[in-house]
Design a protein around this ligand. Structure first.
Ligand code: SAM
Length: 219
């Protein structure tokens, strides 16, 4: 895919409209998250032929049977994380790298892991070209990324069958994990907060549909 970095009046306008939709019709309230979505040119993640799809509130194929998440889903998960500047964040499932850019725009130090080699290489090259520099990893993120743990926040962007215990142990005390858990058809968004060394608070939220988390501690 040949990337084209042109952010015209038309795309800027469509992006503003998307932000308004997320705020007014999808109840996304966190202005930092809305501002970040307003700053990242989502059409850069699409072939130019599909730029007219980039600011619709839909997921879209990115190759390898995967998708760039729906803007609402990105906003919803990010809002739940309450990202603060310099938070150390582990993202499982780099995919296109769009969500990664949103986390970076919020000032997080991002560790992102992708299991599909083609997507890993493509997103690394592409984000670096755009001027985004997270820490990229290739591998099975269902086990987390223990060598850089602990994390303030962990974000899983693929649907898991359960909350992997090994990932929970990589959260700092006071840290938050957001993970969709369910079967192949639908998943509940789960927030887990680490209260102390041994205790966690688990909150179950709305229903979504994600591509599966595949790996040792997953499908
Ligand atoms: N956040 C991404 C974006 O903005 O484009 C969308 C991610 S897509 C919905 C889910 C991604 O998780 C896919 O790229 C998939 O290959 C990846 N994935 C699935 N299982 C994984 C695993 N065990 N470790 C790392 N990545 C995984």
């Amino acid at each position: 895919m040949a990337y084209k970095f042109v952010d015209n009046y038309r795309e800027k306008g469509a992006r503003k409209k998307l932000v308004r939709l997320l705020k007014d019709e999808r109840q996304i309230e966190d202005t930092n998250v809305l501002d970040a979505i307003g700053r990242v040119p989502r059409h850069y993640f699409f072939d130019e032929t599909f730029w007219n799809q980039a600011y619709r509130d839909i997921a879209f194929p990115i190759g390898e049977g995967q998708t760039i998440s729906q803007p609402y889903t990105v906003a919803y998960q990010t809002q739940l994380l309450h990202i603060r500047k310099n938070d150390k964040v582990l993202e499982i499932g780099t995919g296109s790298g769009y969500q990664t850019c949103i986390l970076l725009e919020l000032g997080a130090e991002v560790y992102t892991i992708e299991r599909q080699e083609k997507l890993f290489h493509r997103s690394k090259l592409f984000l670096n070209k755009m001027g985004y520099f997270p820490n990229f990893f290739l591998g099975d993120g269902s086990k987390g990324l223990s060598e850089h743990a602990p994390y303030d926040k962990i974000l899983v962007t693929a649907g898991a069958p359960f909350v992997p215990e090994i990932m929970l142990k990589q959260l700092k005390v006071g840290g938050t994990m957001v993970i969709p858990v369910g079967d192949e058809k639908s998943q509940k968004m789960i927030t887990v907060i680490r209260l102390n060394e041994n205790d966690y608070e688990r909150i179950e939220l709305d229903t979504f549909r994600f591509v599966p988390l595949v790996g040792d501690q997953a499908w």
